[in-house]
Design a protein around this ligand. Structure first.
Ligand code: AMP
Ligand code: MG
Length: 497
């Protein structure tokens, strides 16, 4: 039995017809083995958690067997990559097996990543090395546990084959779940070909699948500007969440931004250890285009391309269409600021934003940058100052606030007091808003090295399990909350494609 026997796969995207996709079977692999499956996610997707580990399901995750109900496809898209236009991309190493309806009534894509060549592979081998598969599993599941919209990992397998990169590396395949894999670049693919009918079909599909409120909320002749507003809001909220946990996506090309507003593509991403607003990790981002603090601006630039694609649907009078698009794009700043302020306030123990809290937060960031402090642990130990006697807290041998923070801490206590906020209330808010554990690059690298060199997945499993409860500090998991020593610090990340 396989996980799809009791829940047949659906193919609503396929109904859009060609050239939205090409039919494409996965290419079988030699000798697959299961690394990890995600029973909690399976349950949420109405899939049989019991069958996840079956030998038959393994063959599906490896691409060796296609479920009876599946008509696998690779989808087409285009993109601006690092600002340069690329009219022809598409799933070069991914195959959409189909869709399922989750317990929440929403539709989810089930995709194999690393499952062989497709018509969109260009010169690529269609495969994925094991390292990036483990990295995506760890970080995407950590994001989900942090409450940040993201694609998920249902299963990871080894292929028993090697892939040729700079050296020979073991291969892997990830089974990825997303609310959909429709990208800004999917719209660009059709708009650049001036295929307005296809843009309209795609927009209608996205409204129906993700944003039915675009039909209901506004007058019915404005569904496409309403759609744009919905995507703008979703991405503004997403980037605000990234910023609040010190996440740097690293490759915010327009094909890596999903219109559903979930984080996708964990290639060169990183959570900052020491705080600096201009931090960049990706080895290929030489100009710092996707630096930490550039992320809101880049998201808006990307969204302007979605607006451009939707423009012909917003009315016959161009000037009117442009003002509608501009109004929708203009929402980004407001939604981003409101979301950020809400998140920032909670990180400091305030349930509501205020100008004083915003200022206090800015001053804290400046201190952190000046003194090269660990972003995550700084917030966490500030919260620990309000912890009741018996509460778990970050041990002093892991991290203590530098002396120079004393004045700031005094101001913060004063603002809590003058805002009539109880210490216990502030503390419980802060430990829910500031993770003790984040997927730190040096730990991800160690887990990948252990798996790649010796086939030992122990550290990988441990990391996934600890990161499933990022807000609850436990002494037995102390090692995972520690910031890297200077010699351990990973300062560069690689796409790994
Ligand atoms: P990414 O850098 O992962 O966002 O990928 C950019 C584009 O390159 C997408 O169209 C991918 O499908 C494609 N791609 C990346 N790696 C490979 C590969 N190994 N084989 C074929 N296509 C690939
Ligand atoms: Mg990508």
């Amino acid at each position: 039995m396989t996980i799809f026997d009791s829940t047949p796969l659906q193919a609503s995207y396929r109904q859009l017809g060609e050239p939205f996709y090409s039919d494409q079977l996965p290419t079988p692999v030699a000798d697959p083995e299961l690394i990890r499956v995600n029973p909690v996610l399976a349950e949420q997707l109405n899939l049989s958690a019991d069958e996840l580990q079956s030998a038959e399901s393994l063959q599906i995750f490896a691409g060796n067997v296609v479920p009876n109900s599946s008509t696998p496809i690779a989808t087409a898209y285009a993109a601006h990559q690092f600002g340069g236009w690329n009219p022809q991309l598409g799933d070069g190493r991914a195959i959409l097996l189909g869709e399922v309806i989750g317990k929440d009534g929403q539709r989810y894509d089930i995709q194999l990543k690393g499952s062989g060549q497709t018509p969109y592979s260009r010169r690529g081998d269609g495969r994925s090395a094991l390292g990036p598969v483990l990295r995506e599993y760890i970080v995407s599941e950590a994001m989900a546990a942090l409450g940040i919209p993201t694609t998920r990992a249902l299963a990871a397998v080894t292929t028993g084959e090697q892939v040729v990169r700079e050296s020979l590396l073991p291969g892997g395949i990830l089974t990825r779940v997303a609310s959909s894999h429709i990208r800004i670049g999917t719209f660009q693919f059709f708009s650049s070909r001036e295929d307005v009918d296809a843009v309209k079909a795609l927009a209608d599909y996205v409204i129906n699948r993700h944003y039915p409120q675009a039909l209901a909320d506004q007058s019915s002749d404005e569904p496409y500007s309403a759609l744009l507003s919905c995507v703008v809001d979703a991405q503004a909220r997403l980037v605000a969440h990234w910023m609040s946990v010190g996440f740097i996506h690293g490759v915010m090309n327009t094909d890596n931004m999903l219109v559903c507003g979930e984080t996708v593509d964990y290639g060169p991403c990183a959570f900052m250890d020491t705080y600096h607003p201009q931090k960049v990790f990706s080895s290929i981002d030489t100009n710092g285009r996707y630096a930490y603090s550039n992320q809101p601006d880049i998201a808006q630039w990307n969204l302007s391309w979605l607006a451009q694609a939707l423009l012909p649907l917003m009315g016959d009078v161009e000037s009117e269409a442009i003002s509608k698009a501009q109004a929708a794009l203009g929402r980004f700043a407001k939604t981003f600021t409101e979301t950020s302020q809400g998140l920032i306030s909670k990180k400091l123990g305030f349930s509501k934003p205020s100008e004083q809290v915003g200022q206090l937060f800015g001053e804290l960031l400046q201190l952190m940058a000046q003194h090269e402090c660990d972003y995550t642990l700084t917030f966490r130990v500030i919260g620990d100052q309000l912890a009741p006697e018996d509460a778990a807290r970050i041990p002093a041998d892991i991290y203590t606030l530098p002396e120079v923070f004393a004045d700031w801490i005094k101001k913060w206590h004063n603002l809590l007091a003058s805002s009539n906020i109880e210490k216990t209330a502030a503390h419980s808010l802060m430990i829910k808003s500031n993770p003790a554990y984040i997927p730190r690059n040096h730990q991800i690298e160690a887990a990948i090295q252990q798996a790649t060199r010796s086939g030992d997945f122990g550290l990988f499993h441990q990391l996934v399990e600890v990161l499933a409860n990022p807000f609850e500090y436990r002494d037995e998991n102390k090692a995972f909350s520690v910031a890297p020593k200077p010699e351990e610090e990973v300062t560069k990340t690689f796409c790994g494609t």
